[in-house]
Design a protein around this ligand. Structure first.
Ligand code: ZN
Length: 1029
C-alpha cells in the first residue's frame, strides 16, 4: 500500500479509556517506575513522561549497540500495537521504497513463504495489519488483543523487515517485469507487468492524487520530496533488482529505525524479543537519510499540469483546479506547528471561515482544491488553499481573491468564539474514544519523529493548548501577525494549476508504449529467452501450493467461545418513542442517535433523500442562519450527521427497513444545547437559501465523483446486486452509480428551486416522531439527565395530524427480541416496520459503466440466504476461504490487480470483486473457477480453521463505548443471535462448505448480477447480454 498519511484531526481523535480500570491502573503506573539510565535487554531508558490527560505514560529508550530509537506508550488498553518505521528518502521516482515495502513481504529467512501478512490474516486475531510507504518513511504497524498473537506477529514483522529474502522473482512479481502477454506463448507481445506498476497506474487515474503529488514535488523541489515515492509508472521500469537490495541495506537498518509499542502488555517482553530476534544481529551504521532543509525562494513560482478529463464533472467547461501554497516552518518546532495547524483550521474550516466565504461562496468552483489547509507530512509543513471545478478564465480571479482574503484577515483577525470552538474541538477529540488509539498515535507522531522531533512533546496537547491561550492573551494580534509572517510576507509560495487534456490517457498510454519499445528493442535473443523462461518460472511458482506451516499460528481453540453481552435498557420517552440506553465508560462524552423510517415517503422523492441528509444540518434552523448554526455545532457538539440507511432483515431476504439515522456526540455539559439544536433542526429547518444550497450541492457532487477511483469496487457490487433483492434497488438509489449521476445532473442545473422545494416535502415524512427510535450511550450517572432531555425533545416534535399511510402497501411489523439485562417483564420493545414486495422476482442483470480509467472494478453478486439461516455461517467462512486460498493468487498475484476476493454481506448477497484490475472478462472467469475449486472440496481442515480465525478476527474486533449496542439498535441483532451465529461458525465443516458451494454458487443455482466499471471493452461490446452505460 502506498499512502500519504492524511489525518484530518488536529489532535488525537481516539481514546480508549476505561475509568474503573484506570483507577487501579497497572500499565501506566508500572511504566512510571522506570528509572532514567536503567538498562533492559540491550536498551537504555532515556525519559519517562506521564500524560494524564490521555491516560498514558510515555517511555523513551535507545538501543545501545545500534542506536535504534524506541517509544513505548503504556496505557490500560487491550488493543496493543507495534510499529517499526524507517526513514526512506528516495532520490528518484522508480518507487524503490514502495516496491521494497511489497517485496519484504514475499518471504524472509525464518519465514520463507510469500505474503506472510496475507497468510497471517488467517493465523492470527490481529485487529490491524498493514504497511505504508509515505514520502519520507515506511511504516509497518499491527495490533492485536491477544498476547501470544502479539509475539507471533512481532516475530514475523521483525524477520520480514530485517531479514527478507528479496529474491529476484519477488522483485519481478511485485515491482515490474517484461513478460509475454500470454506467458506460455513466446509469440505473444512483451508487456510490462507487476503489482506496484499496476497499482501506481491506478493511482495516477485519481486527479486529486495527481494534483497533491505535483504540489509536493514542486513546492519542495530540492531533495526527496521532488520525486514520487510510490513510483511513477514510467520510471518504475528503470529500477533494477540490485538497486532494490542496496536500498534495503542502507535504509532498513536498526540505526535508521524507530520502534513504537502501545498498550497494556509489559514492555520488557517486547524489548527482549526485539533485541534477541533482530537488533543483537546488527552493528551501528552511519545512516545518511536525513532530509536537508528546503532552500527558501526569493520569488514565488507557478506551475501547470494536465490530468485526465472527469466524465462526472458537473460542468465539462469547468474542470480546472488552482491553488496557492505556502511553505511553513519545520514540523519539529512543535508549538509553531500546533499554532499554524489551528490557524489553518480558522482560515478554511467551515462556513464561517474567511476562505470558505471568499472562495466557496464565490460560486466560481465546486469545492476547495485538494490538500487544502495545513499539511504536516513533510519536513517543512505547508498550507494550501484554492478551488477545483473552475473555468480556465477564472484562474486570475481566484488568485486575487486569495491575496485579498489574506489582507482582510491581517486587518480584521478572527472572532473569539471561533477560536473557542476550535479549542473545544480539541477537548472533545481528546475525550472521544475509539478502538484504534494505538494506530492513531503511531500515525500522529510518525512525521515529526521521523525528523528527530520529540514525539512525547507532540503528545502533550494540553501543554500546547495552555501555551496557545497564553500567547493569545498576551498579544491580541498573535494570529494576525502569524498570517502576515507566513502568508503575506512569504516568498516561498507556489501557484499550481491543473486542467484536463482530452488526450491525457492516450498520451500516457503512448509514453508507456515508447518506454516498452525502448526496453524491448535493447533485448538480445538471450535476454528474450530468459524473459520467457522466467515468466514460466514465476507462473509455476505462483501455481505451486504454498506451504505456510513455517509461520506461527493461533488455533481455533484460542478463540473465545462466547461473547460478552452488552447490557441495554429500553424505556419509552413521552409514552411512545422507544429509547435504548447503554451505560458505558464514555469519558465525559454523550452519544445520541435517532432512527426515523421513510415508509410514508412518496416514491418520486426517494432519490433526493441522500441530498436531504447531507444538507439538513448545514442550511440553518430556528433563529440560526447557516453560519450561526455551524458555529453552534462546533461550539457545543463533536458533530451532527444524518445518513440514509437500507437495513436488511435478519431472516427474510425480501424484507428490509428503510430510514435515516441521525448521529451526534457532545461533552456531558453540553447535552441540553445539543438536544436543543436537534429540536430546531427537526422543527424549524431552513430550506430557503438557494445560493447556499447551490454551494452544498456542488460540493456533494464533486465529492461523489472524486470517490470513484477509491470505491469503484463498491459501486460495482451495489450495481450488481441491484436486481437480486427488493432492497437492492433502493441501495443503488441511495449509494450507487445512480446517485452519482443524479447529483451530477442536479449540480448542472441552473435553477435549483424545484429541487429545493422537494426538501420540505421530505421533511414532512421524516422529521416527526411517527416512526422513530432513539439511543444513548453515556456514563451511568448521565442517564437520567439524558432521559429528561430526550423526553423534552420528543414532546416538542411534530406529529402528523392524520395517520400517514405507508406508500408501499406491504409493511410488516416485527418486534425485536428483548435485550439482555434491565427489567424484562415490563420492558418495552422496539417494533420495526419492514417493507416487503410479494411480487418481487430476482433477475439477472449485467452492466458495464464506461470510465475513462485504464483499470477495471469488477463485481459479481449472488443471492444467497439471510443472517439467521444455518447456511449463512458456512457461506461466510467459504467467502474467506475462497479469498485466501484461491482468488488472492489468481486475481492479485497472477492477474496483477491491486485486490480481489469474495465476501458475504449482511443482506445475504455473496459478492466476488476485484479492485484496480487490468483484467475484466478474465476476472469473471476467475470467479467461476473459484466456484469450481470450492465445489471440488480441494481444501484441508487446516485451511478451514485458518478461514475461521480470520472471520473471528473481524467478528471480535474491539467495539468502542460509543458503538456498543449499535447492532441491536440499528439492525435488530441481539447478543443471543450473535452468539448463535458464533456457534454455527465454529461448527462449519468441510462437507457444509462443499454443500453451500453447490447449493448457491453454481451457475444456474441462484440468480446473479454482474457489473464492471472500466474502459471500453471489445468483448463486452460484442455481447448483447451486457447493458453499457
Ligand atoms: Zn502498494
Amino acid at each position: 500500500m502506498w499512502s500519504r498519511w492524511k489525518l484530518l484531526n488536529l489532535g488525537c481523535r481516539f481514546i480508549n479509556y476505561k475509568p474503573w480500570r484506570w483507577r487501579s491502573s497497572t500499565a501506566c503506573d508500572k511504566a512510571l517506575e522506570y528509572k532514567i539510565g536503567e538498562k533492559i535487554h540491550g536498551f537504555t531508558i532515556n525519559q519517562v513522561t506521564p500524560l494524564p490527560e490521555l491516560f498514558l505514560t510515555a517511555v523513551k529508550l535507545n538501543h545501545d549497540s545500534t542506536g535504534a530509537q524506541y517509544l513505548h506508550v503504556a496505557r490500560e488498553d487491550k488493543n496493543n500495537l507495534f510499529s517499526v518505521q524507517f526513514r526512506t528518502t528516495p532520490m528518484d521516482s522508480t518507487g524503490v521504497p514502495h516496491i521494497l515495502e511489497h517485496t519484504v513481504l514475499c518471504g524472509s529467512m525464518k519465514y520463507p513463504c510469500r505474503d506472510p501478512f496475507f497468510k497471517m490474516l488467517n493465523r492470527s486475531l490481529a485487529t490491524f495489519m498493514n504497511a505504508f510507504t509515505a514520502s519520507d518513511y515506511t511504516l509497518y504497524p499491527f495490533s492485536t488483543q491477544n498476547s501470544k498473537d502479539f509475539q507471533n506477529l512481532l516475530s514475523v514483522y521483525l524477520d520480514a523487515v530485517f531479514f527478507p529474502c528479496l529474491r529476484e522473482l519477488d522483485f519481478w512479481q511485485e515491482g515490474w517485469r517484461l513478460e509475454h502477454e500470454n506467458p506460455t506463448d513466446p509469440q505473444s507481445p512483451l508487456v510490462f507487468k507487476g503489482v506496484v506498476f499496476n497499482e501506481m497506474k491506478g493511482a495516477f487515474t485519481d486527479n486529486e492524487r495527481i494534483f497533491s503529488q505535483y504540489l509536493q514535488n514542486q513546492l519542495l523541489p530540492d531533495h526527496t520530496y521532488s520525486v514520487v515515492s510510490g513510483g511513477d509508472p514510467l520510471s518504475i521500469p528503470d529500477l533494477s533488482w540490485e538497486q532494490l537490495k542496496q536500498f534495503h541495506a542502507t535504509h532498513y537498518h536498526p540505526s535508521n529505525a524507530r520502534f513504537f509499542t502501545y498498550g497494556n502488555l509489559p514492555l520488557e517482553q517486547h524489548l527482549r524479543q526485539i533485541h534477541e530476534e533482530a537488533l543483537s544481529k546488527f552493528q551501528r551504521i552511519e545512516s545518511s537519510t536525513t532530509v536537508p532543509a528546503q532552500k527558501l525562494w526569493d520569488i514565488p513560482r507557478e506551475y501547470h499540469v494536465t490530468c485526465g478529463p472527469d466524465t462526472f464533472a458537473t460542468d465539462s467547461t469547468k474542470q480546472t483546479t488552482i491553488s496557492v501554497s505556502f511553505l511553513l516552518p519545520d514540523i519539529t518546532d512543535i508549538f509553531e506547528a500546533f499554532t499554524l495547524n489551528l490557524l489553518s483550521s480558522l482560515l478554511i474550516g467551515g462556513p464561517n471561515s474567511p476562505f470558505y466565504k471568499a472562495l466557496i461562496e464565490s460560486g466560481l468552483g465546486t469545492d476547495f482544491s485538494p490538500e487544502v489547509g495545513y499539511n504536516g507530512y513533510t519536513r517543512e509543513a505547508y498550507f494550501s488553499v484554492g478551488l477545483q471545478g473552475i473555468a480556465d478564465k477564472h484562474m486570475e480571479t481566484v488568485k486575487n481573491i486569495i491575496t485579498r482574503t489574506i489582507d482582510e484577515v491581517i486587518e480584521k483577525g478572527f472572532e473569539d468564539n471561533r477560536v473557542e470552538a476550535l479549542l473545544h474541538k480539541i477537548e472533545i477529540q481528546m475525550k472521544h474514544q475509539s478502538t484504534s488509539f494505538g494506530l492513531a498515535l503511531t500515525s500522529y507522531i510518525a512525521s515529526c519523529w521521523n525528523h528527530e522531533g520529540d514525539p512525547t512533546e507532540l503528545l502533550n496537547l494540553g501543554k500546547q493548548v495552555t501555551q496557545f491561550r497564553k500567547c493569545l492573551k498576551e498579544n491580541p494580534n498573535f494570529l494576525q501577525e502569524k498570517v502576515k509572517q507566513y502568508f503575506k510576507n512569504n516568498q516561498h509560495r507556489l501557484t499550481l494549476s491543473m486542467s484536463p487534456d482530452e488526450k491525457y490517457y492516450e498520451k500516457q498510454a503512448q509514453m508507456e508504449t515508447e518506454k516498452l519499445k525502448q526496453k524491448v528493442d535493447s533485448l538480445s535473443m538471450k535476454d528474450r529467452q530468459q524473459i520467457y523462461e522466467k515468466g514460466l518460472e514465476l507462473r509455476t511458482l505462483q501455481s505451486k501450493p504454498q506451504d505456510a506451516s513455517c509461520l506461527p499460528a493461533l488455533k481455533v481453540s484460542d478463540i473465545e467461545r462466547t461473547i460478552s453481552f452488552t447490557e441495554l435498557d429500553i424505556a419509552l420517552a413521552a409514552d411512545e418513542i422507544p429509547v435504548q440506553y447503554c451505560a458505558q465508560p464514555t469519558n465525559g462524552v454523550v452519544y445520541f442517535r435517532a432512527f426515523s423510517s421513510l415508509n410514508t415517503l412518496p416514491e418520486e422523492l426517494r432519490p433526493y433523500v441522500p441530498l436531504f441528509c447531507s444538507v439538513l444540518t448545514k442550511m440553518g434552523c430556528g433563529i440560526y442562519d447557516y453560519r450561526e448554526q455551524a458555529q453552534q455545532i462546533e461550539l457545543k457538539t463533536g458533530g451532527m450527521s444524518v445518513t440514509p440507511h437500507v437495513i436488511p432483515d435478519d431472516s427474510h431476504l425480501d424484507m428490509y427497513e428503510q430510514g435515516v439515522l441521525f448521529s451526534s456526540l457532545c461533552l456531558d455539559r453540553n447535552l441540553s444545547d445539543m438536544m436543543h439544536l436537534w429540536s430546531e433542526i427537526f422543527n424549524n429547518p431552513h430550506f430557503e437559501d438557494e445560493e447556499h444550497f447551490k454551494v452544498l450541492v456542488k460540493m456533494t457532487a464533486q465529492e461523489l465523483s472524486n470517490g470513484i477511483p477509491d470505491s469503484g469496487h463498491l459501486y460495482a457490487s451495489i450495481r450488481a446486486s441491484r436486481t437480486l433483492t427488493p432492497a437492492g434497488d433502493l441501495q443503488e438509489t441511495f449509494n450507487g452509480m445512480d446517485q452519482v449521476r443524479l447529483m451530477k445532473r442536479i449540480a448542472e442545473t441552473s435553477d435549483l428551486k424545484p429541487i429545493l422545494r422537494k426538501l420540505p416535502r421530505i421533511k414532512k415524512h421524516l422529521l416527526n416522531c411517527d416512526n422513530m427510535r432513539c439511543s444513548v450511550n453515556a456514563a451511568p450517572q448521565q442517564m437520567s439527565q439524558a432521559g429528561k432531555e430526550i423526553e423534552n425533545f420528543i414532546k416538542n416534535l411534530g406529529r402528523s395530524k392524520k395517520e400517514r399511510k405507508s406508500v408501499r402497501p406491504h409493511v410488516i411489523e416485527k418486534p425485536d427480541s428483548k435485550p439482555v439485562g434491565g427489567d424484562f417483564i415490563n420492558c418495552p420493545q422496539i417494533i420495526r416496520k419492514l417493507i416487503t414486495d410479494p411480487t418481487f422476482k430476482p433477475c439477472q442483470m449485467k452492466t458495464h459503466f464506461l470510465l475513462p480509467f485504464p483499470v477495471n472494478y469488477v463485481g459479481e453478486c449472488v443471492r444467497t440466504v439471510p443472517y439467521t439461516d444455518p447456511d449463512y455461517a458456512s457461506l461466510r467462512i467459504l467467502a474467506r476461504l475462497m479469498t485466501a486460498k484461491f482468488l488472492h493468487t489468481e486475481i492479485r498475484e497472477k492477474g496483477g490487480a491491486y485486490g480481489g476476493g469474495a465476501k458475504l454481506s449482511s443482506n445475504g448477497i455473496f459478492t466476488f470483486y476485484s479492485y484496480r484490475d487490468p483484467n475484466s472478462i478474465e476476472t469473471l472467469q476467475c470467479f467461476e473457477k473459484a466456484v469450481n475449486w470450492a465445489k471440488s472440496g480441494s481444501f484441508t481442515l487446516e485451511d478451514i480453521d485458518e478461514a475461521k480465525l480470520s472471520v473471528f478476527s473481524v467478528a471480535d474486533a474491539p467495539v468502542a463505548p460509543s458503538d456498543k449496542g449499535m447492532d441491536q439498535f440499528l439492525y435488530g441483532l441481539s447478543d443471543e443471535m450473535k452468539q448463535a451465529h458464533r456457534e454455527q461458525l465454529f461448527a462449519v465443516s468441510h462437507e457444509q462448505l462443499i454443500n453451500v458451494s453447490n447449493k448457491y454458487l453454481g451457475i444456474g443455482q441462484s440468480t446473479r448480477g454482474l457489473a464492471i466499471l472500466g474502459p471500453d471493452n471489445v468483448n463486452i461490446d460484442k455481447d448483447p447480454s451486457w447493458v453499457i452505460r
